[in-house]
Design a protein around this ligand. Structure first.
Ligand code: FES
Ligand code: FES
Length: 257
């Protein structure tokens, strides 16, 4: 066959179509470009470094993947290592639902009781120990009629389990009757008509004891704000506030209650 410039060319086998002969330079160029690109990409890929494996050694920080792996391994190991009996033995001891021994220290005196764990401190006081000074009104931590002091802090006895009050020093309104002289707070409540039905009074008096211990010289404004957790359905608030102020002044050596 002949090329365009007329040169005769010998070909082995079947003759290639003239068109393919025409396309040869383009094909060479095309495949050459691909080859160069692939070799460049290969070189480029070999230059790109793999990201380092996340560190999981102790103290080197914890990766998310390592954390999930370790947790699943640990969980699996636990499941394999513990029989149901061992798992029960390892769990914290359950108490109840029947009565369990409970010791409460009320006004400095220890009392041993058998109580179901669901019994509240208020029920333990009123129904098992005959300390009926703390009153049950709302029984849901709203009114403050059940206020007692636990290690000197005012708490709602209706909202604390007796079993959780063990080891604490519980002070009730009855403790104020133990001294031969009436407590200045009680005298101040009487002097200022700080009660009508009196149902809220033990809670107010115990809350006032804790308040005055921390605020020996309060203003009337501070007293108004401090007793928001105690409600009086008879509306004796003015008398109650005056009583607390008078008790504070008496303790400071001012006007004698
Ligand atoms: S009876 Fe406890 S807060 Fe009302
Ligand atoms: S005096 Fe009756 S509820 Fe306060």
């Amino acid at each position: 066959m002949r090329t365009f410039d007329g040169t005769a060319v010998e070909r082995a086998g079947a003759c290639a179509p003239p068109l393919s002969h025409l396309r040869r330079p383009f094909a060479l160029l095309y495949f050459g470009t691909i080859a160069v690109r692939q070799s460049k990409e290969g070189a480029l890929m070999s230059m790109i470094k793999k990201p380092p494996e996340p560190k999981t050694e102790p103290g080197a920080g914890v990766s998310r993947r390592g954390f999930i792996r370790d947790v699943s391994l640990g969980t699996g190991a636990l499941g394999v290592a513990l029989t149901p009996g061992e798992a029960r033995a390892a769990a914290p001891a359950l108490r109840g639902p029947g009565p369990v021994p409970v010791t409460l220290t009320i006004n400095g005196k220890p009392h041993k009781l058998q109580l179901e764990p669901r019994v509240t401190l208020l029920d333990a006081l009123r129904n098992y120990l005959d300390y009926t000074g703390a009153k049950r009104v709302c029984d849901r931590g709203t009114c403050g009629a059940c206020t007692v002091l636990m290690d000197g802090k005012p708490v709602y006895a209706c909202s604390i389990l007796a079993i959780d009050a063990q080891g604490k020093n519980i002070q009730t309104i009855e403790s104020l009757a133990l001294s031969p002289q009436p407590d200045p707070l009680i005298r101040a409540f009487v002097n200022n008509d700080g009660l009508q039905c009196g149902f809220c009074t033990p809670g107010f008096v115990m809350a006032a004891k804790a308040f005055l211990a921390e605020n020996p010289n309060p203003t009337m404004e501070q007293i108004k704000r401090a007793f928001g957790g105690n409600l009086c359905r008879c509306g004796s608030y003015n008398g109650i506030r005056r009583a607390i102020l008078e008790a504070a002044k008496a303790a400071q050596g001012g006007k004698n209650a």
